[in-house]
Structures are given as C-alpha cells and as structure tokens.
Design a protein around this ligand. Structure first.
Ligand code: CAA
Length: 292
C-alpha cells in the first residue's frame, strides 16, 4: 500500500519544514498546529520560504501554488483520519508524546503508520503507550528539513521488517537518503553531534577563544557549513540542552552533561536564532557574536 496522505503533528521549525518538504514532493499533507489559534502565520511562513525559491528561479509561481494546494494546516487532529502515515514533531516530552500517540491510534486507521521525529527520546518507550506497538517507528529528519538529505529510520523490537523496507523506499521516494539505526538515545547523528556542540560550549566557557573564532575554526578547518555554536543556535539551545540531558541520563558520562552556560541561556529563554539571542545576537545582519 502506498503512502499518499501524510499527517504532521506540530508546526514548529521541524514539523512545518517536513510538511513543506512533503508538499513539495506532491504528497497530500495535513499539518496540525497543536497550540491552537490562527494558522495563517504558518501558511505565511511556508509561502515566504517557497517565494524565495521562486525568486531564485528554482520554482515557478505555478509550482508554488500546487505545493500550497497540497498542504492543509489546521488545529483539528481529526483531519488526520485518512492519513497513511502520521509524523509527530511536538515538544520533546515523553508524556505529551505518549498521550498524543494514544489519541492518534483512536483517530487513524489500523493501517496508518505512526512515526516520531524525536531527536533523542526512546521510540520503544513511546510505542509502549499504544495498543499496536508495531505501528510506531522513529523517522528522524534534520533541520532544515527541505534541504538536509538524511532521514534516520528507527525500528523497535516490535517493528516488522516489511515496515522498515516500506519506509526505506518511501524516504528515497521523497528525495532523501535513509539510514536504519537501533533505538538508542541520540540515534547516530545526535549521539555524535551533541557531544561535539557541548564540547564547543565548554571550550567557550573556558575562554579558549571567542564564539566567532570557534565557529570559524570548525568551518574553515573541517569544511563544516556552520560552526558548532552557530549550529547550536540554529537548532535551538533548548533542544541542544534536552539532547545533552537525555544522553547524559542514558550513558552517565560527565562529558555529555549540559554545561552550566547552556543551562543559563535556556533559563534566560535565550534559545538561539528563534528567540533572537543565543551565542550570537540576531538583531544585526550578520549576527554579532556575544561575550557571555
Ligand atoms: N526546497 C529545496 N531546496 C531548498 C529549499 C527548499 N524549500 N530551501 C532552500 N533550498 C536550497 C537552496 O536553493 C540552496 O540550494 P543552491 O545552493 O543549489 O541554491 C540550498 O538549499 C541552501 O540554501 P540557502 O542558500 O538558503 O542556505 P545556505 O547555503 O546558507 O545553507 C544551511 C544553509 C543549509 C542551513 C547550511 O548552513 C547547513 O547545512 N548547515 C548545517 C545544518 C545542519 O547541520 N543541520 C542538522 C542539525 S541537527 C538536526 O537537525 C537534528 C536534531 O534532531 C536537532
């Protein structure tokens, strides 16, 4: 059976990015804004992102209209009833995600696959909240979802092989490259990337160099598109904090624990690019490195 209609729950940076990506692939996509209220701002965000592609002559105005037609953004979870796959991308809290999957199991048909885009939470633990555990897998996209080529597929001990094969083919069909990874905190990318960002924050705390120097060193020394502090700001410092905490709680290695400065920034709600302040100040163009 094909995957023709896909639901995305959560319209934050990742959820909306995945929804746009799928609509760009011609897939009927229903995105749910879980915080209620007006959805026009979410349509405007997608519109603006597509318009950039039109301006760069990567899309025609007509293609842009088709993409917008393929995408529905709503606050009503029941709109997911005809989906073949629903990808959850809400706040990184186990209880809220489990509650959501429990509801999704009631709303969707038994053949609909349920997936989580969690960065580090356990897929098996999420699946323990549903009756048909074989329906729930991890499908982990990367930010920005429209551009990044990788999708991690995380089966659990309950996942049938043919579901993994089906998702593998589907990920390729949407223009991405899948890797299959066991259900262990951080999967592959965040298991390796989070300690790197956390080490960079510690180096900054120790005064090894300023933020711009640390980022420039890794960009020019390793050919990375962004330096580690710039990337942490881009991902969101709250998310980096959650990832480091989850990795530390799983593996108990002190090096994985979130550094004090990261914690302070999160408490201060200076979460990086999305809140205008992080390791950089985004009120200027280009952003200005801060002295913290
Ligand atoms: N659809 C298709 N292509 C798109 C697009 C869209 N909606 N939007 C942009 N693009 C294309 C652009 O046209 C451009 O392509 P060309 O170079 O061929 O013109 C390309 O994507 C890059 O876009 P930009 O020119 O706007 O941006 P950039 O060159 O400055 O790159 C970046 C920005 C892609 C973010 C780059 O800096 C980068 O790769 N950074 C690292 C990102 C990263 O590591 N992400 C992973 C984070 S970890 C994570 O996400 C996991 C987690 O759980 C937290």
């Amino acid at each position: 059976m094909g995957i023709e209609t896909v639901g995305i729950v959560g319209t934050g940076q990742m959820g909306l990015g995945i929804a746009q990506l799928l609509a760009q692939q011609g897939i009927r996509t229903v995105a749910i804004k879980m915080t209620g209220g007006d959805v026009s701002g979410k349509y405007a965000t997608v519109d603006k992102s597509l318009q950039k592609l039109v301006d760069r002559e990567k899309l025609t105005a007509e293609q842009k209209e088709h993409i917008l037609e393929a995408l529905t953004i709503t606050t009503d979870l029941h709109e997911l009833r005809d989906c073949d796959l629903v990808i959850e991308s809400i706040v990184e809290e186990m209880d809220r995600k489990q509650q959501l999957f429990h509801e999704l199991e009631q709303i969707t048909s038994e053949t609909c696959l349920l997936a989580s885009n969690t960065s580090t939470l356990g897929i098996t633990e999420l699946a323990s909240a549903v009756q048909h555990r074989e329906r729930l897998v991890g499908l982990h996209f990367f930010n920005p979802a429209t551009v990044m080529k990788l999708v991690e597929i995380i089966p659990t001990l309950h996942t049938p092989n043919d579901t993994v094969e089906r998702l593998h083919k589907w990920v390729e069909a949407i223009g991405k490259t899948p890797v299959v990874v066991k259900d262990e905190t951080g999967f592959i990318v965040n298991r390796l990337l989070t300690p790197y960002m956390v080490d960079a924050i510690r180096a900054y705390e120790r005064g090894l160099a300023d933020a711009a120097a640390i980022d420039t060193a890794m960009k020019l020394g390793c050919n990375h598109p962004m330096g580690p502090l710039e990337l942490a700001d881009y991902i969101g410092l709250d998310i980096v904090y959650h990832m480091a905490t989850n990795l530390y709680e799983t593996f108990k290695e002190p090096r994985l624990a979130p550094p004090p400065l990261l914690r302070t920034l999160v408490i201060a709600e200076q979460l990086g690019r999305k809140s205008g302040l992080g390791f950089y100040d985004y009120s200027t163009r280009p952003a200005t490195p801060r002295k913290l």
